[in-house]
Design a binder for this molecule. Sequence first.
Ligand code: NAI
Ligand code: MG
Length: 356
Amino acid sequence: MREYKIAAIPADGIGPEVIAAGLQALESLQQRSGDFKLNVKHFDWGSDYYKKTGRMMPEDGLEQLKPFDAIFFGAVGAPDIPDHITLWGLRLPICQGFDQYANVRPTRILPGISSPLAGVGPGDLDWVIVRENSEGEYAGQGGRTHRGLPEEVATEVSIFTRVGVTRIMRFAFKLAQSRPRKFLTVVTKSNAQRYGMVMWDEIAAEVAQEFPDVTWDRMLVDAMTVRMTLNPQSLDTIVATNLHADILSDLAGALAGSLGVAPTANIDPERRFPSMFEPIHGSAFDITGKGIANPVATFWTAAQMLDHLGEGAAATRLMRAVETVSAEGIMTPDVGGKATTQEVTDAVCEAIRISN
Ligand code: NAI
Ligand code: MG
């Protein structure tokens, strides 16, 4: 029996609802497969913990997480705590502290789900966005001086390092190489941002030489939104900076039907630390507690987690079950269905149980 240690951090809003659903599907997979076991430990960190202790997680939080094989994360954010406190108090310290520099965001239109793009169906939109996850615009460099005075100044400095750009570029080329089309689009804004972004372009060209079988092209980020919308078939693997890919992947999620189906993996490709798997969406205050949060993004990220752990067969089984259920029209209201979180989850678990 192969065993893995999983740290579950459901955190805020709909986080606990979708993580519970995800763990239920993972439990069904273990029963169906019978050859691996996930030992899950729950951590009650997040906004409630903050209200009690003044911190989103304990001071030694990263130390506590280090022994785990993976982190299964819900969402952070509460209506009565500023977002920069919740985000910088929990999610970003894990990404940065564990050097999870590759953020991987697959997007596809699942069967039964319709894209807001006319005439675009499953097969027309099949992308993986690779987001640089350790530096760039979210490096955390900057400051504020003369607070509150008319001459107040704030800086938000983007950091691009040769090491950081080269490693994400290599990761993206390798991923593109592993997909049937072997095609990578490198996104920048190197017409207006002439230092960091021009270095991205140069490093892309250098790294491309290591991958002669991968075709690649370049896009400016503004034009990229147009291409994603008008010509989704022309894209496959995409690499972009922390900020650019953050924005493009929300667009990708919406074009694939809903933010509620979009997953993400924060990966340390060198496996020095645990990687973290989460839905892209936030804590969704507007639907918290209503039992209608779409669990599909969390199922999909659970499949990414299984892949990362080396349980590729279980990952494939899980995604097949999700697609069977969406094709049957059993889905939550955000994608046009009438089912609850629990009904979708039960249907996925049943599809896993009867899968061959
Ligand atoms: P959001 O992703 O929470 O919600 C945006 C919209 O999408 C809402 O209408 C929501 O109901 C809907 N939605 C999201 N996930 C859904 C799901 N699984 N099923 C059905 N509908 C879903 O983004 P918003 O409203 O901008 O932020 C709310 C809070 O979440 C804020 O505090 C924000 O900082 C935080 N946030 C946290 C993230 C994280 O933990 N990784 C990511 C994005 C936002
Ligand atoms: Mg985002």
